[in-house]
Design a protein around this ligand. Structure first.
Ligand SMILES: [Fe+2]
Length: 351
């Protein structure tokens, strides 16, 4: 008994000595690593994000209400942020990426600007709005994958009669992590158009390149990877039997100059899951945002199941095991920060 009391007293004394030391060094902006080491160098990735699914019918209804609350001009960009439920108030869907749903009503213009953050648009709903990037005006149709790379001037407009909605994904949280954000507005609302719609895809995405094209380019020169061009390729992969047991028949959006990812910070895929597909489990260190483009199915993330239909968006956090099933032929778009992780040599995958 006396020995135990002695030990408890020693421990108490030791804790008091340590705390006094921590208080002393704290005044010099110093802290003991040994108290936090296990939290900062974890055995496995520990994500702060949680998986979540946004139902498109709910998002669309609420997004259309925003059209009555604020004009596109006042908002600069009328976007509802898809905030990870575990990261509320932090304007992000994963630790590294931002995602939002943008609405442009008939007749509206989102004025020209440029910024360091790279962005992609994945078109969900509507027909006939445009995104102009570096002088090319891309008409937007559902399933189109549109790039606005780092510092590329861009503006949006909707001369059609219907509201247009799309998914925005930006690397903004990463740019802000490095504290390297710049942005500029232009004098005119819209940039001058100097190219025809589809020029960049024809020039760079057809197996030939304009004479004198660079042999190194960090980002793809293609502005719009149209669904009309990409969807039939999935069909061909399926017919050829090229169906991955985890991902389905899948293509990667590539930079045709280097074969690398379309953007240095964000990497995207389009996958066809055949009717009745039962995917094997997969996990990777890149938290991934998915959009159901067509079809119906479910994705199991650890012990939660998310049922999805057209235009639903869901997020899988880093290193969470997931598997897809499709109750009819389905197409899934996905995007993550994988290119950044690969560039740093820290990306991993597993099952
Ligand atoms: Fe922008």
């Amino acid at each position: 008994m006396a020995v135990a009391a002695q030990a408890a007293g020693d421990k108490h004394n030791l804790n008091a000595v340590r705390q006094a030391y921590y208080d002393k060094i704290s005044k010099y902006e110093l802290a003991p690593l040994w108290e936090v080491l296990r939290n900062v160098v974890t055995k496995e990735p520990k994500s702060r994000c949680v998986p979540h699914l946004w139902k498109y019918d709910e998002v669309k209804r609420l997004m259309l209400e925003a059209g009555d609350v604020i004009t596109a001009e006042e908002a600069e960009r009328r976007v509802l942020v898809l905030e990870n439920p575990a990261l509320r108030g932090q304007t992000r869907i994963t630790n590294s990426l931002f995602a939002g749903i943008q609405l442009i009503n008939p007749g509206e213009i989102a004025e020209a600007h440029k910024h360091v953050s790279s962005a992609i648009r994945f078109v969900l709903d509507g027909e006939g709005a445009y995104t102009a990037v570096e002088g090319e005006k891309a008409n937007m149709s559902p399933g189109d994958f549109i790039l606005t790379p780092n510092w590329a001037p861009h503006d949006h407009g909707n001369p059609s009669k219907k509201p247009m909605l799309w998914l925005d994904v930006l690397d903004m949280p990463t740019v802000n992590h490095f504290e390297t954000s710049f942005m500029e507005h232009f004098d005119g609302k819209m940039q001058n158009t100097t190219r025809q719609d589809g020029d960049s895809l024809e020039f760079y995405g057809s197996g030939v390149l304009p004479d004198g094209a660079p042999i190194e380019l960090k980002r793809s020169p293609v502005i719009n990877y149209t669904y009309a061009r990409t969807r039939p390729i999935l069909e061909r992969l399926k017919k050829a039997g090229d169906i991955d047991k985890r991902h389905g028949a899948r293509v990667r959006y590539a930079n045709p100059i280097t074969g690398s990812w379309a953007l240095p910070t964000m990497g995207a895929h389009l996958a066809l899951l055949p009717n009745g597909f039962k995917g094997e489990p997969y996990r990777s260190t890149d938290g991934t945002i998915f959009v159901c483009v067509e079809g119906r199915g479910a994705t199991k993330v650890e012990d939660q199941t998310f049922e999805w239909g057209p235009n639903d968006v869901f997020v899988v956090p880093p290193w969470k095991r997931y598997s897809h099933t499709a109750s009819k032929e389905s197409v899934l778009f996905s995007i993550s920060d994988r290119p950044m992780q690969e560039a740093l040599g820290i990306w991993r995958e597993g099952n």
